[in-house]
Design a protein around this ligand. Structure first.
Ligand code: B3K
Ligand code: ZN
Length: 856
């Protein structure tokens, strides 16, 4: 790794702070380039730290210190030791039994392009403090185990001045709940509110406000509806009531991620708040609902009970993702949601777990904590909670959660606290289960079947692969929901939960009259890779008969994967039995259209590349792209006679609603449209859909079909003219052009688009729409043989790093799979990574990630 000054932070080094904080009072005088922050902080002794006397060491970064005092006595400049990370007051000046710290600092929000701390977005002030942004606002303890009561007053020209808690007057706020500094927030600007109210389960009235830029107020209704449904759901399912008089959401255009759960004042990327049928797709609506719920649910899982240190991040993130997934399943379709979540998990988390960035759910060290807001922490974190619930049962799960909230309210906790709650509530030993938090990598499960007499013996094997820094792993607890199907498709024996705890283990199922077809890992009951030797006839049987919808879908996916693997590596032809099975699913009106759409969508190019690599082969991105196209063409050929009717029958009548039923029809219709276009040289159906669409879902799917068939020039221009004033739609316009472009032209399309006057690259949404759209959504274009895709991507990472390290580091993940490919591509990718890693002044964020990816 490139030499860096940044220290490694270790879990094993955790110690409590020498002092606690009771209250923090902040006064802001806002100015775009010279904001003043006056702070008064009450420190108390920490009686557990008997190793004193202690210095006062406060975090602070990019702050200009104007003055500071202890117990009202001004500190002289030689009594304050300032450095780049904060300040130190020597112990002999610090009253060890507690004291009042006051200080005034000046900060420059306009110069803050990192979007971390206090910054400006379109003339509006806003903050992002998780994980360590509060230290860019004032000197304090910026660590999650220090929880305090905050009072805030704000002076400024902006008509709207917001902070956490309950409102005490214009620009005056008090939050009665102790919170860590990372949940602090401030927003000021010319904003308008979409308002509503909610009556809680104990009858309290809570005001709800969604604050947006003038002109956007008509696009908040769906987010508000999702918020109210989330609030009710948390009361019913978890007994959790909201705890302030007011709950606010603010939409911001410049934001590094999706949203942030600041107490009582959630700040959102505007992409996950604003929606109208004309401008947002069904997928956008689904994401808005899920993210609104996620941030709201953090109020209990994250805010009331927070993390002791950042190593425990999955304590709040894994649990909150699990809760938002339960909510979305309840609000929509459990089967469809589960499939979508597993698709995401495999695309992001399995990919991460198989590469150089693999890390345990609870990492043991980091350089930059923002690099650990990963698919592993979030998505594998949620899977682990799901397994726990499967193992102890729904009733015990609720008992354990009740105990968690009762025992740990207002505390900063660890994974050990979480596990202990389950052990106590369910009277069980979870020491082996806890390995899920400590061991990185996706377990690989093998299975063989033996049938004798009336007994089926299933023998499982479990391998936990080596990952960076971890070898010789122990077997984990793997709950495998298993079904047994008779020849007529009925359940030949009741479903069983087989819990694997060893590296090799057998289970017997008795009383069977014949060898059943076994349906393993129903509902994807554990985040593992199951290697099962199975023939295509069995896959087709499961696709038709499995009573578990997840496994029904999985059988089709597995079937497609095996065909595509052969097509990409051996040049075989598509199989007629597969396309016939797809036709049967597509036209089976008894099945939910959304489910049918998922069955019809082929595995992604990236998923195929990973699967080939796992099987010991070197993936060829061009061959994968071609194989996928020819399998889609074969499906279109088999279905040719049925597609037009199916397409027509899926038209949704009446005004647009984003509900799951209509959205499902539109998604199947989009899949059918893409197949129809394989037989239409002029893409007539897509053209007609583009012209007639009254909603973004249909307009965009038509545009994507046109572009991928080389017919998109006119529609692309029309779309731009229609939507040039809508920044979120123009993000989609950039993405669709680079993601749907044929691979041989994609890099040139991307390059040309970077010259477009609307390519405002400092805006993370816009940057991602084009740069990540190309690198992550057009694999064959990115991995072109001459390396121009890699070079283009690296050029833009280099450009962004000094401006926004957090987003740059995250995007470097585009290179995390370099070891999968042939020597030439590996060399080309390494060259670009080395070019980035060698930059002088590279951020610690990007240095940590590129160093790990290179493995130096
Ligand atoms: N907790 C925030 C993520 C903060 C990321 C800091 N780099 C959003 C969420 O998970 O809800
Ligand atoms: Zn979260």
């Amino acid at each position: 790794m490139k030499p860096t000054q940044a220290p490694t932070i270790r879990l094993s080094d955790y110690t409590q702070p020498p002092f606690w904080i009771k209250t923090v009072d902040l006064h802001f005088t806002l100015h775009p380039t010279a904001t003043r922050v006056r702070s008064t902080i009450e420190f108390t002794a920490n009686s557990d730290r008997t190793d004193g006397p202690h210095d006062l060491r406060l975090h602070g970064q990019d702050l200009k210190l104007i003055s500071a005092a202890l117990n009202g006595t001004a500190l002289k400049s030689d009594e304050i030791l300032l450095d780049a990370e904060g300040l130190t007051i020597p112990a002999d000046l610090v009253p060890q039994d507690g004291f009042t710290w006051t200080a005034e600092v000046e900060i420059n929000p306009e110069a803050n392009t990192s979007l971390n701390g206090l910054y400006m977005s379109n003339g509006m002030y806003c903050t992002q403090c998780e994980a360590e942004g509060f230290r860019k606002i004032t000197y304090s303890y910026d660590r999650p185990d220090v929880m305090a009561i905050y009072t805030v007053s704000i002076d400024g020209d902006s008509p709207v001045l917001l902070s956490n808690g309950n409102k005490q007057g214009h620009g005056k706020w008090h939050d009665p709940h102790p919170k860590p500094a990372y949940l602090f927030a401030l927003v000021a600007g010319d904003l308008v509110a979409h308002t509503d109210s909610f009556t809680t389960m104990s009858g309290r009235e809570v005001a709800l406000e969604i604050w947006v830029r003038p002109g956007d107020e008509d696009k908040c209704a769906y987010a508000m509806d999702a918020l109210k449904r989330s609030m009710r759901w948390d009361e019913v399912e978890y007994g959790r009531e909201y705890d302030l008089d007011l709950f606010m959401i603010v939409a911001v255009d410049d934001f590094n991620m999706g949203a942030m759960e600041n107490k009582g004042l959630n700040i959102f990327n505007s992409k996950y708040v604003l929606a109208s049928p004309q401008t947002a797709t069904d997928r956008d609506y689904e994401l808005i609902e899920g993210i609104i719920a996620h941030e709201y649910f953090h109020n209990w899982t994250g805010n009331r009970i927070t993390c002791r240190d950042w190593f425990q991040l999955c304590l709040k993130e894994g649990l909150t993702v699990f809760r938002d997934q339960q909510f979305s399943g309840d609000e929509r379709s459990h089967a469809v949601n589960r499939i979508e979540n597993v698709l995401q998990l495999r695309a992001r988390q399995f990919r991460e777990d198989a590469g150089p960035l693999a890390h345990p759910l609870r990492p043991e060290e980091y350089i930059e904590i923002n690099n650990f807001y990963t698919a592993t922490v979030y998505e594998k974190g949620a899977e682990v909670i799901g397994m726990l619930r499967t193992l102890v049962g729904a009733e015990n799960y609720r008992k354990a959660l009740d105990l968690y909230f009762e025992r740990h309210d207002n505390q900063a906790c660890t994974i050990e606290h979480w596990i202990k709650v389950f052990e106590d509530a369910c009277d069980t030993d979870l020491s082996q289960f806890a390995l899920w938090y400590a061991q990185a990598g996706t377990p690989k499960i093998g299975v063989t079947e033996r049938f004798e007499g009336d007994t089926l013996t299933l023998t499982f094997t479990q391998t936990n692969p080596d990952t960076p820094g971890q070898t010789d792993k122990k077997p984990q607890v793997v709950p495998i929901r298993t079904g047994f199907l008779g020849a007529d498709g009925s359940e030949a024996a009741p479903e069983q939960l087989l819990t694997l705890t060893d590296n090799e283990q057998s289970f017997e199922i008795n009383g069977l009259s014949a060898h059943p077809t076994v349906s393993y890992l129903r509902g994807f009951s554990a985040p593992v890779i199951l290697n099962r030797t199975v023939d295509n006839a069995t896959r087709a049987f499961l696709l038709t008969h499995d009573t578990d919808p997840f496994n029904q879908w999985e059988a089709g996916r597995d079937y497609a994967m095996s065909l595509l693997t052969d097509m990409a590596t051996k040049g075989t032809n598509p199989d007629a039995a597969f396309t016939a099975a797809m036709l049967a699913v597509a036209t089976n009106d008894a099945l939910d259209p959304a489910f049918r759409a998922l069955v019809l969508s082929l595995p992604s190019e990236d998923a195929l590349a990973q699967s080939l690599f796992d099987a010991g082969q070197t993936p060829d991105p061009d061959a994968i792209h071609t194989a996928r196209k020819s399998l889609a063409k074969a499906m279109a050929d088999t279905m040719a006679d049925d597609l037009p009717n199916l397409y027509a029958s899926l038209a949704v009548s009446g005004p647009y609603t984003p509900d799951a039923t209509d959205a499902g029809k539109r998604s199947l219709r989009a899949a059918v449209l893409s197949l129809i276009s394989k037989h239409e040289p002029d893409c007539a159906t897509a053209r007609a859909q583009f012209a007639a669409a009254d909603n973004m879902t249909e307009q965009l799917s038509a545009l994507s079909t046109l572009i991928s068939n080389g017919q998109g020039a006119e529609a692309t221009a029309t779309f731009y003219d229609q939507w040039k004033a809508d920044r979120l739609v123009i993000d989609k316009w950039f993405t669709v052009q680079v993601s749907a472009a044929p691979p041989d032209t994609a890099v040139d399309v991307a390059k040309t688009l970077t010259q477009h006057p609307d390519f405002d690259w400092k805006n993370p949404n816009r940057y991602r729409s084009l740069i990540a759209g190309f690198a992550m959504m057009n694999p064959a274009g990115f991995h072109r043989k001459d390396g121009r895709g890699y070079e283009f991507f690296a050029d833009w990472l280099i450009k962004l790093d000094p401006v926004n390290p957090q987003t740059t580091a995250r995007m470097c993940g585009g290179f995390e799979t370099w070891r999968r490919y042939d020597a030439s591509r590996q060399g080309l990718m390494r060259k670009q990574l080395a070019r980035i890693a060698a930059l002088p002044n590279l951020s610690k964020d990007t240095a940590e990630i590129t160093g790990k990816i290179l493995g130096d």
